[in-house]
Design a protein around this ligand. Structure first.
Ligand SMILES: Nc1ncnc2c1ncn2[C@@H]1O[C@H](COP(=O)(O)OP(=O)(O)OP(=O)(O)O)[C@@H](O)[C@H]1O
Length: 247
């Protein structure tokens, strides 16, 4: 740690589905501008963890602090928190009956009550950045999976979040479209966006992550600088995982 105050702190976060413990007391601190890759075998709780950070799951214990303010209390307005912590999912979740531009403008206009021309200008600039400025008036059905996912990222960015959560955003894409989406995320990393990225793309994680957390059965099994994790994982379990993926 460089001594900076973490923008996000997670303390003893516990999540159960019925009797089943899915997150078993997760502790994590994320400094501003850091990129954290979250790796681990299927079912270990990666998605659940991100969903908890976005208020999409009820938790049974522990705390989440954003800029030192607890989010785990009854007065938290997750709608407002989601303007600060953006999330992109595997399944894009674009509204099929709205154009690309309308999808992007929805939250900034309706939730943030921002000025239309200002948001439109920002949306166009973001679309330009991801190479899709000419698709603003298209409907999602007219786009490829990779294009839809880039639009979903633009939609999240247009809210001006301080932190971005990515949950296996390339998992349902054809291999040739994975690159174009990962490039957009890599660009964001370069620009200093704070990000938590759940991914099975090991080479990508190696490229963009400052730090890796390796989860197993609801616990953080190993946490290390990316360089160290990929060259010399300290736990046998993490080593096995990387071997299975033939990294
Ligand atoms: N709504 C739910 N009800 C009950 N159990 C659930 C629910 N959602 C997830 N689980 C269980 O919680 C555990 C963690 O799931 P989660 O989706 O967080 O894992 P993951 O690490 O993201 O897996 P993957 O890499 O396959 O996406 C799994 O055992 C899963 O079956």
């Amino acid at each position: 740690m460089s001594g900076q105050i973490p923008i996000l702190k997670v303390k003893g976060l516990t999540k159960k589905y019925g009797e089943k413990i899915v997150l078993n007391g997760i502790d994590l601190e994320v400094e501003k501008g850091k990129v954290i890759a979250i790796l681990g075998p299927s079912g270990c709780g990666k998605s659940t963890f991100l969903r908890c950070l976005n208020g999409l799951e009820e938790v049974q214990g522990g705390d989440i602090l954003l800029d030192n303010e607890s989010l785990i209390n009854k007065s938290t307005k997750w709608r407002e928190v989601r303007q600060r912590i953006g999330m992109v999912f595997q399944s894009y979740d674009l509204f099929p009956n709205l154009t690309v531009m309308e999808n992007i403008l929805l939250s900034p206009l309706k939730v943030q009550k921002r000025n239309r021309s200002e948001v439109e200008a920002q949306a166009l600039e973001l679309l330009e950045r991801v190479g899709l400025a000419d698709r603003a008036n298209d409907y999602p059905r007219q786009l490829s999976g990779g294009q839809k996912q880039r639009i979903a990222i633009v939609r999240a960015l247009c809210i001006n979040p301080e932190i971005m959560l990515f949950d296996e955003v390339t998992a349902s894409l054809d291999p040739e479209m994975v690159r174009e989406v990962l490039d957009v995320i890599a660009q964001l990393a370069e620009q200093g966006m704070t990000m938590l990225i759940v991914t099975h793309e090991m080479n990508f994680a190696k490229l963009v992550a400052d730090e890796v957390i390796f989860m197993d059965k609801g616990n953080i099994h190993e946490q290390a600088p990316a360089e160290q994790f990929f060259t010399n994982p300290q736990t046998e379990r993490a080593q096995q995982f990387l071997n299975i993926l033939q990294f």
